[in-house]
Design a protein around this ligand. Sequence first.
Ligand code: IMP
Length: 214
Amino acid sequence: MMRIIFATNNEGKMNEIRDILDGMDIELLSLKDAGIDIDIKEDGETFEENAIIKAETVCRMTGEVVLADDSGLEVDYLNKAPGVYSSRFLGEKTPYSVKNKYILDQLKDVEGEKRSARFVCVIACSFPDGRTVTRKGVLEGYISKEIRGTNGFGYDPIFYVPEYNCTTAEMPTSDLKNKISHRAKALEAIKEVLLEHMAQRKSREAKHEDSNSK
Ligand code: IMP
């Protein structure tokens, strides 16, 4: 069984990834499960950089395969802000009701396509041999005209998804959002990377056994 650390202590994220990797021969650990207590400085300028910083730091510490994610909201009219600063936007402790209202105010006179926005998630996977790969998931949408819905978290009440005619905070179940979300798409893509890695490892082990038996 392959051990993988997901560099987070967020139980919601752990459950999401457990669902997606279900059935694979993997033991998945959070930072806490792996006995790691660190606060990694996310000082990259892109989602990729931040995810890589986290995955490589924990991979160097442990010698295990490590996954790490970074995500946020890009609003086109605001030059893709808040982007990598999504949680720090207007201050880490500022309630999302204030952050969301601020974005709505900024887009007060903006109409239609110009309200385009997206949730982005990048997951990095670092291997003990020094390789790191990243995969990106995106959920396209628009900034709504008003705060709508009470499900979800963060910027969900202002993120309108035309296909479902509601904000991500109005989606009836978290199952639906978890199916279409930026994080789900990035996780599905990283699953392919892990499957390939496991297949290569198996074939190397088979070759090794074969040469030992000669
Ligand atoms: P993290 O990198 O997953 O911790 O996300 C950083 C920040 O991006 C969060 O604190 C939220 O502000 C925002 N964010 C990321 N994903 C979502 C989402 O699915 N809904 C609402 N806000 C999100």
